[in-house]
Design a protein around this ligand. Sequence first.
Ligand code: NAD
Length: 469
Amino acid sequence: MQGKKQIVTRRDFLKVTGSSVAAVGAASNLEASLIQQDPKKARIATVGTGSRGIGMWGAPVVRDYSDRVQFVGLCDINGKRVKVAQRLLGKSISDMDGHLRSEEKTSPAQGNSQQIPVFTDFDEMVSTVKPERIIVTTMDSTHAQYVIRGMELGCNIICEKPFATDEEQCQAIIDAHKKHQKQVTVTFNARYGLSATKVKELLNAGEIGELYSVDYAEYLDTDHGTSYFRRWHGIKENSGTLLCHKASHHFDQLNWWIDSDPEEVSAFGELRRYGRKGPFRHANCRLCTHKKECPFYWDITKHEYLMDLYVSCESEDGYFRDGCAYRNAINIYDTMSVQVRYANKVLVTYSLNVGVPPEGQIIVFNGSKGRIELRNYARQPWKPPARAEIRLMRNLENDSTLIPVARREGSHGGSDKLIRDHVFIPDSPDPLKRRASVRAGIMSAIIGIAGYRSIERKTPIKIKDLVTI
Ligand SMILES: NC(=O)c1ccc[n+]([C@@H]2O[C@H](COP(=O)([O-])OP(=O)(O)OC[C@H]3O[C@@H](n4cnc5c(N)ncnc54)[C@H](O)[C@@H]3O)[C@@H](O)[C@H]2O)c1
């Protein structure tokens, strides 16, 4: 993160973070001895108590799955943030103003009835509260170390995407998984979208015959897109660029739809709008002298929840949640173009464009018998006919079939709830094979990694030259 520990270097890799804040450690031991464990419930613990750790894998889990699982520990490198998380997860869900997306606030429910023990040292947490499953929601470049250490300590793993941010991490996870054989789930919620699901069904049904190629264009608007440049994501060593952080969702969808392995990747990337390309800069928005003229000025003080979770914790690590999108340290790209060749000869052309209106996706599948066009509407100034539209066309036919995709309630279009059901209700059916394990996690991350290596080295990259699966 920025501040004291801005970049996790290769040397830090596999050396699990041990920056104990004495006060938290001491308190946590006391609390750990007080928590009553219910033998009927699976013991889970989280490392990384930021917005995803709380909003997706914290509060809704307490609300919806408390009959099955029990949080026994929370860990974060930031000793203040982990205490905020403890407080938030202990509150009534309906009181947790602003920190759940509005769609998540459906039913008031009680928070965790007991104080969850908190830690800043991962090993200490695991040895003290002995979780069966670890949820990894830390900064991207630190996932691998907790996935591996968690398995070494005997835990099953639930990990956010991207699974890893460089090829060494990928190989280390593959090797550790072979050795420890623990259950690992990578949480690709984008597989659960209604339009992604419909496309998978059409492809499985052979509606366009054999798949030949896919054109995937992703557009992030100035609001959503700029947010990546304000945060730790703007530093390649933290996020593996947006080709890992963001596009790992899309590369995973592609792998799942195409049902084959990527073999070779070629990419270009440019920084056109943000970072050093900006006309002026400051450390963060709050203190900036260019508030009036900056198109990306954003006032975090209006967001009570973010003030609590990030601003009140700045003294621990110096991390600004409202960092300047024009800061010189930004070394990722905002405009990217990637080509991928798969083992089954499918060719993919992918682009990721940040800071462009409107937000959404256009994805086209070309097959031996026809074509599927998918248009996902996320945010635009006009009212779209549906959440998404799928048009199915057949070769040599003048007509097409329009398949509207309904709007579904819930965060990420309801996908987050579905993936939580899959994760916490083990016997729930999975006809489209959406549960993703180590292989899927590696295969999506490695396309992004090969992408940024191709940009760095100005040459195509073969996946087999990066990892051995
Ligand atoms: N699937 C999705 O749709 C989705 C959406 C948002 C975020 N995410 C993923 O969730 C993860 C967390 O994202 P976020 O938005 O909550 O970020 P965040 O910055 O809000 O939270 C990350 C937390 O990790 C902590 N942390 C950083 N380095 C650490 C270390 N070495 N050890 C322990 N804790 C450490 C930070 O202090 C912070 O509290 C990321 O990997 C991100 O890619 C996924």
